[in-house]
Design a protein around this ligand. Structure first.
Ligand SMILES: *[C@@H]1O[C@H](CO)[C@@H](O)[C@H](O)[C@H]1NC(C)=O
Ligand SMILES: *[C@@H]1O[C@H](CO)[C@@H](O)[C@H](O)[C@H]1NC(C)=O
Ligand SMILES: *[C@@H]1O[C@H](CO)[C@@H](O)[C@H](O)[C@H]1NC(C)=O
Length: 264
């Protein structure tokens, strides 16, 4: 058995007043596929209690952790990040908002330490990000410093998960190929530039990503056989369903993708 680690962000997630029964049920199914999910874009933290209540109907132990609003003080749209996880499979601790001296990130990264006997790397940090599309090259350039901080705080191996906006139209391939996190072998993108990791059918983008950092994690992930799961197809959703906007950016990484990381 393998542990899953996924990541997604959607515009309205989770904001139950906007969620239909179908969407709610799909969201719960999505969480249930994973041992841990990192998510961004939460507007209504209380909605997580409702989702947790649903997850706990299964005979597994579920918990979630959620951040305070992480957006820049002078922006009004609240955005929380969080993790939903199976507490029978892993321990999640040390939640921390990145101390963004100089207010350089539009939304501050949010990290935790993951400890799991089921993982071949039993301790690693998980950092979730939602980089600002209008300042993407700059924020990408901050990741090496972020990695240094997170690895000092938690573990030399860090998995970044989230919406990096690392694709068209916010970033060209040429710009992408020139990023330190692309050229430096300390890092390894688990989803490539040409992969489609958004659920929109009208465009191909690789905004949502996983970025492995640190020797053991990079070695493990380079042996992995991951793929992005198309949620629209998987759950028979159509873009015409108004609530499906919720699934914009929704991305999945299969168990196999982190086979080296967590081979249970
Ligand atoms: C918000 O803060 C950032 C960085 O501190 C600054 O660059 C930006 O111009 C500010 N925006 C507004 C609307 O004041
Ligand atoms: C590549 O990145 C460096 C800084 O890391 C920058 O000075 C240079 O302009 C970039 N080149 C391109 C083509 O983006
Ligand atoms: C794709 O569709 C979305 C939702 O209708 C729209 O907001 C976006 O601008 C479209 N993108 C392109 C490239 O047409």
């Amino acid at each position: 058995m393998l542990a899953f680690i996924n990541s997604f962000h959607s515009f309205m997630f989770p904001c139950l007043s906007f969620v239909t029964f179908t969407t709610f049920s799909v969201l719960c199914q999505v969480f249930q596929r994973n041992d841990i999910t990192a998510y961004q874009g939460v507007k209504e933290p209380a909605a997580m209690n409702t989702i947790l209540g649903e997850l706990q109907k299964s005979n597994r132990n579920w918990r979630f952790a959620i951040s305070e609003p992480l957006q820049r003080a002078n922006t009004t749209t609240p955005e929380h990040f969080g993790f939903v996880y199976r507490s029978d499979r892993l321990v999640l601790s040390g939640l921390r908002r990145y101390n963004d001296v100089g207010d350089r990130f539009h939304r501050d990264p949010f990290s935790a330490l993951i400890v799991s006997p089921y993982s071949s790397i039993p301790r690693f940090a998980l950092t979730t990000v939602h980089l600002f599309h209008l300042n993407i090259i700059y924020e990408m350039g901050l990741i090496p410093e972020l990695f240094k901080t997170v690895s000092n705080d938690y573990s030399a191996n860090v998995l970044f998960a989230g919406d990096f906006n690392a694709g068209s139209p916010f970033m060209t391939r040429c710009q992408y190929n020139n990023l330190t996190v692309t050229t430096d072998p300390t890092y390894d993108w688990l989803i490539d530039f040409n992969q489609d990791s958004a659920t929109w059918t009208n465009m191909t983008t690789s905004w949502a990503r996983f970025l492995a950092a640190g020797k053991q994690l990079v070695a493990a992930s380079s042996n992995a056989n991951g793929h992005v799961i198309n949620m629209m197809k998987e759950y028979g959703l159509t873009e015409e369903q108004p609530d499906i906007v919720l699934f914009w950016y929704l991305v999945f990484q299969s168990t196999e993708s982190l086979a080296g990381l967590a081979d249970l």
